[in-house]
Design a protein around this ligand. Structure first.
Ligand code: PGA
Length: 252
């Protein structure tokens, strides 16, 4: 029987402080265990985290040479090498800027072949599972591309993206192009198997999602609420994202 846990909360002044806290946590885990397995996220929130980690490597303070990574999700139905794919995002923002072995960087396949989800799960298992998973949160409460209504038992699977998510991500696509309607995402149960999770949220537009995730009764209408069943979650948010009057607003 799963029991409700209380997340640790780092409520910080601004987005820059959120990035610094995430960089510190990831760098600590990589330093402690140079061959650790990281779960990575795309989106706007982690950009400063990747900049900071790349700087640590450039300064000779950190190495990703032994690290293996698994990203949360990828669009389906994009032409190979599309600049808005999450594989392209990760290459440009992080993988090419650090000393990681490209063979150890995993992003779900966007090719839509039968069995791709199962193969991704098997690859995570054979790497020994994810030590530290970084997550963002969608305005609708999604984690990865697990949209509202997704079962907390879900494994890596194909999803149909909501209009809201496609609208939110349109800015990442070249002029006039829309994000594709489908993606392959780690499931919620897959995410919950990570040994440690950090959830990053910045800006007033994330406050409602955090309020629903960490409000009274977790249910599938807010996928991030599943994190309340995980024993080792740290919410790292700024003042703007911390919902007023919620459990998160009481932490500093
Ligand atoms: P964002 O996306 O970091 O671009 O806000 C987060 C998410 O949708 O998970």
């Amino acid at each position: 029987m799963l029991s409700l846990q209380s997340p640790r909360v780092l409520r910080l002044a601004d987005a820059a402080s959120v990035a610094t806290a995430a960089i510190t946590r990831i760098a600590a885990r990589v330093s402690e265990r140079p061959n650790c397995v990281l779960g990575l996220a795309t989106g706007r929130t982690p950009l400063a985290v990747y900049d900071g980690l790349a700087q640590c490597v450039a300064d000779g303070r950190l190495s990703f040479a032994g690290v293996e990574t698994f990203n949360l999700d990828e669009y389906l139905d994009l032409p190979a090498g599309h600049p808005s794919s999450f594989r392209a995002y990760m290459a440009e923002r992080f993988f090419r800027r650090v000393d990681i072995d490209p063979a150890k960087t995993h992003v779900p396949s966007g090719e839509g072949r039968p069995g791709d989800g199962d193969r991704y799960e098997a690859a995570i298992r054979s790497a020994g599972g994810i030590d530290l998973q970084m997550l963002g949160i969608g305005q609708n409460g999604h984690i990865g591309f697990n949209e509202p209504g997704t079962s907390f038992d879900s494994r890596t699977h194909v999803v149909t993206l909501t209009q809201a998510t496609r609208d939110a991500n349109t800015a990442d696509f070249p002029n006039g192009e829309r994000p594709p309607p489908r993606a392959l995402t780690m499931g919620i149960a897959t995410i919950l198997e990570a040994r440690e999770i950090i959830l990053l949220a910045t800006g007033t537009h994330k406050a409602d999602a955090l309020a629903r995730a960490f409000g009274a009764s977790p249910d599938t209408s807010c996928p991030a609420a599943a994190l309340r069943f995980h024993p080792r979650v740290t919410v790292i948010c700024d003042e703007e994202a911390a919902p007023k009057g919620s459990v998160l607003a009481n932490h500093r």
